[in-house]
Design a binder for this molecule. Structure first.
Ligand SMILES: [Zn+2]
Length: 212
């Protein structure tokens, strides 16, 4: 059975998710801050974390990655299109974090569309969904869709940061909408939702939506 924990982290209340199987093997998505709280959750549930995945490489999704990797020994997986963000403060937006720490991170593995990652008994499929950033990706795991800053409950991610592209995010939202069946959507910020709810009610997700 698939289980998950949501830990809101950092000043921007990024949702860090910890997803794990029956044998407590799991992965962390977007450890964007508050490393102590993420590590507490890992200890509390006695988890063996082997993978840290980023939906994209904005600072509020990776600021605690180093601490989590140091603590767990997990490998870091970063979408290909955002690799250069890790070393470019104007792209990762880290200059807004007022952080003097050196958070230079190196990806152990690069994620591309269609990649499948095995974590314990879990299969994670990478869905490339550019637009918020060039590398923005969603992760499909069982009935969960971890949507990063591409899809929020009733809204979508901004496309006015470096590398953002509104027409690309529109195509990505179509791609998500075209997935078969329903999913629990776990966004990078704000409350969880379902894909059916968003197909029905999210104005950006259907052709009657806003056009800029
Ligand atoms: Zn972002």
């Amino acid at each position: 059975m698939l289980q998950y924990i949501c830990v809101p982290v950092g000043a921007l209340e990024t949702n860090c998710y910890i997803v794990f199987d029956d044998k407590n093997q799991g992965f962390v998505v977007d450890p964007g801050g508050s490393p102590d709280r993420i590590i507490s959750a890992i200890i509390q549930h006695d988890l063996n974390i082997t993978h840290v995945l980023l939906t994209h490489a904005h600072f509020d999704h990776f600021l605690a990655a180093k601490e989590i990797i140091d603590y767990t020994g997990a490998k870091l997986y970063v979408p290909k299109g955002d690799l250069d963000f890790l070393s470019d403060p104007s792209k990762s937006l880290i200059r807004f974090a007022h952080s003097s720490e050196d958070v230079s991170l190196k990806a152990d593995e690069v994620l591309e569309d269609g990649d499948e990652i095995k974590v314990g008994e879990l299969d994670v499929k990478v869905l490339s969904t550019p637009g918020h950033t060039p590398g923005s990706s969603c992760f499909v795991c069982g009935s969960l869709l971890l949507s990063g800053d591409t899809l929020f409950a009733g809204s979508i991610g901004r496309t006015d940061f470096p590398g953002g592209d509104y027409s690309e995010i529109q195509r990505s939202l179509e791609k998500i909408s075209d997935l078969e069946g329903d999913y629990t959507v776990l966004p990078g910020h704000g409350p969880q939702t379902t894909l059916d709810e968003e197909r029905k009610g999210n104005p950006y997700m259907n052709s009657n939506g806003f056009d800029y």
